[in-house]
Design a protein around this ligand. Structure first.
Ligand SMILES: Cc1cc2nc3c(=O)[nH]c(=O)nc-3n(C[C@H](O)[C@H](O)[C@H](O)COP(=O)(O)OP(=O)(O)OC[C@H]3O[C@@H](n4cnc5c(N)ncnc54)[C@H](O)[C@@H]3O)c2cc1C
Length: 400
């Protein structure tokens, strides 16, 4: 057990209040394993691949060997008992503290795809797909967004599913789908032409008519392979339709959890950017002294640390609400909207501290700055999450 004296020792600089000490020892060990993996094995791969815009496939092996997948799902993964939402959040934070793309590759697989199967599938489906996904022998993706349907995809989904006996025929298009170029299982959401409800289908790699094409020229998240997918008469057995998904309401439950994960990612971006800026402020000298000795630079650092510490406290309580099973859409929406907004401030201030070096990939901070923009917009933009909270607190829907 950690003593009060030890509480604030050996912590990352961004963890000013020692939030990490809220984890029980067995969960903290898992967090430290992720920290070592990211620092020693993942970090050296990041900038080269970001520059090339390529996903290094050895990441799959590294994460497979780490045993970090499947932890939130009881009975699957190395840990067997499900870990707390606090640890899941801190793991997302920890990975993003090194790199947002890598954390998103993992989050799409371990969060969006596995959670869809876990909560949307029946027991037979969980047992069919989750063991190999937890072992990372099979990789997942989650295909919701469409070229013409982003924020309004719930009501405006154009991809259709038509039942023919024991087979479903899917037609349409998806956009931005992370991991989809190589994923073994892609959870595709489509509107049933019969009852008009959104349903989920696990489409297996190489199914005829399923055509993912990598999106080129992204200026953020360059390591993640995002795909535009065309679905032309893709035939999927009824056994691959997620049996517990009956409407978009069931999908919203998945997004509620994964959106909280994105807020933790935003915290990780802030932590990584702040720590880079702090190190740089200590080393870089101008006017004969470290720039960290100037009041205006300290102001940027302290404002950043305030954003981090406040956001972290908010997310700790969010995780408690999740653990207690009293977590609502508006809880995760407020966190996503608030923490990603604070993140945008922190990456800008941190980049500013680097001066001209702040736009060089070699100094890492430019990567954080660029990646923050994708985190700000995906899994519900700030506007969409604001409307969800606004509706909850006023009782009035401002969605049009
Ligand atoms: C890097 C990256 C990875 C992604 N990965 C995935 C993935 O794996 N799977 C997946 O399904 N999707 C994925 N997405 C898609 C992502 O969730 C969408 O980009 C996001 O939901 C926003 O949709 P959009 O980009 O179409 O923006 P739009 O919906 O076109 O919105 C454009 C702007 O208009 C605003 N706006 C729209 N409607 C309103 C309104 N009523 N009131 C006020 N403002 C409004 C928005 O807030 C936004 O600022 C990813 C996106 C990115 C960038």
């Amino acid at each position: 057990m950690t003593t009060p004296m030890e509480l604030l020792e050996d912590l990352p600089a961004a963890d000013f209040y020692g939030y990490e000490s809220l984890l029980p020892d067995d969960e903290r060990k898992i967090l430290l394993k992720a920290r070592t993996l990211m620092r020693d094995e993942v970090k050296p791969l990041v900038n080269d691949n970001w520059a090339k815009g390529e996903f290094p496939k050895e990441l799959i092996t590294l994460f497979r060997d780490s045993g970090l997948a499947g932890l939130p799902y009881e009975g699957y993964g190395e840990h067997k008992a499900a870990v707390s939402n606090l640890l899941s959040g801190m793991l997302a934070m920890e990975m993003t503290r090194t790199d947002a793309s890598v954390s998103t590759f993992f989050g799409v697989h371990n969060g969006l795809a596995m959670y869809s199967v876990h909560s949307g599938g029946d027991q037979e489906q969980r047992d069919r797909w989750l063991p190999a996904m937890a072992a990372m022998d099979r990789i997942g993706a989650f295909a919701m967004t469409e070229p013409l349907g982003g924020s309004d995809v719930a009501g405006g989904m154009r991809t259709t599913a038509e039942r023919e006996g024991d087979t479903w025929v899917l037609n349409g298009a998806k956009k931005w789908i992370g991991n989809a170029t190589f994923a073994d299982y892609v959870v595709v959401w489509a509107r049933d032409v019969d009852d008009n409800h959104v349903k989920g289908f696990v489409v297996e790699k190489d199914t005829p008519g399923f055509d993912p094409v990598k999106i080129q020229n992204k200026l953020a998240f360059r390591i993640v392979e995002n795909a535009e997918i065309t679905l032309t008469d893709v035939r999927v057995p009824e056994a691959n339709r997620l049996q517990n998904i009956n409407s978009f309401r069931d999908v919203a439950e998945i997004l509620r959890a994964t959106r909280a994960g994105v807020a933790w990612q935003a915290l990780g971006v802030m932590a990584g950017a702040y720590e880079l800026a702090l190190d740089y402020a200590r080393e870089r000298r101008q006017f004969g002294r470290p720039i960290g000795g100037f009041q205006l630079v300290q102001d940027l650092l302290v404002k950043s640390l305030g954003n981090i510490t406040a956001s972290w406290g908010m997310l700790v309580q969010l995780a408690r609400l999740q653990d207690a099973g009293i977590f609502r859409d508006e809880h995760s929406s407020l966190a996503k909207a608030f923490v990603t907004s604070r993140m945008r401030e922190v990456v800008a201030w941190s980049r500013e501290i680097f001066g001209g070096n702040g736009i060089l990939l070699d100094h890492d901070i430019a990567r954080f700055f660029a990646d923050a923009e994708a985190i700000y917009s995906f899994e519900g933009t700030r506007e969409m999450n604001t409307l969800i909270v606004g509706k909850s607190i006023t009782g009035e829907s401002a969605f049009v």
